[in-house]
Ligand binder design. Sequence first.
Ligand SMILES: [Zn+2]
Length: 332
Amino acid sequence: MELIKKISLLFIISFLIFSCKSDSISVSDKTEATPVTKRKVPKFNVENAYSSIEKQVGFGPRYPGTKAHKELIEHLTQELEKHTDHVIQQDFKASFLGEKNVDATNIIGVINPDKSKRILLCAHFDTRKIAEKDKDEAMQDKPILGADDGASGVAVLLEIAKLIKENGIDVGVDFVLFDAEDNGESNTGIGWCLGAKHWSKNPHVKNYKAEFGILLDMVGAKNAEFGREGYSQQVASKYIDYIWDMAGKMSYGNYFLDMNSGTVEDDHRYVIENLRIPMVDIINMSRINGREGFGHYHHTHDDNLNIIDKNTLKAVGKVVTAVVYNFSNGKI
Ligand SMILES: [Zn+2]
């Protein structure tokens, strides 16, 4: 196994050197009909990502049925329209936490729709209607701002979309921003991931397929810890290996930890089950350093701008941008 890996890596490296050289020299080699373009990984701008979190949080709590939620959908659609080839709004009805058949919308931004080799990048944008874990009992039925749980993953993806628009890419990239993820019932398990359930059964393209996908959920908090999530590990362990190994080499091993973090009901589960796409959930969830699961702020009113750390956002942004471009460059 080890030997085969080394041989194939050498082959890829020599192939890339060859294809770079062939740009300036007219080389006719019929064995390499479609040379892989080598693109530099663009620089992730963490200030843009942070500004997006500020903007999203500025609308207020953003669960389906609220004015802030409508405003956010309009804003995210406009942002994706700037950075992708086309945007689809997918409407559906959501019932959750006492709400019945409320308007909800998944937002899908497509880059290079004609390419068959594709990567899927997802995050949820809705926020939680209640703060059931808040220390202050009187505040537990009030909606949260969701700076991390909602805004952070979307913010990282919008910056990556912008980078791709500016720098180009040689694969298809689909940004799927899910609605109605975060308003399930903790005791019954009903009502989570409604947008992902809907989209994975009704994808924007018939027989939709991507080689693999990444879900970002709570990727901006100070001292975040990302481990191998259970569903991801079952179907996408080779992508986890690649991403975590690369993160370590980029000196982000303090965020991307070598641990099994537990299994979480999250949007990726339904993309795996209904579309059979290997998905990696990058989510702040840990079993070490005195932690048991999510961050202390999870589903409390502490999930506001104060817990967001640009270092975490930058780590995730740089790693995911590198994954996307390495995929485009044929390294994954
Ligand atoms: Zn949540």
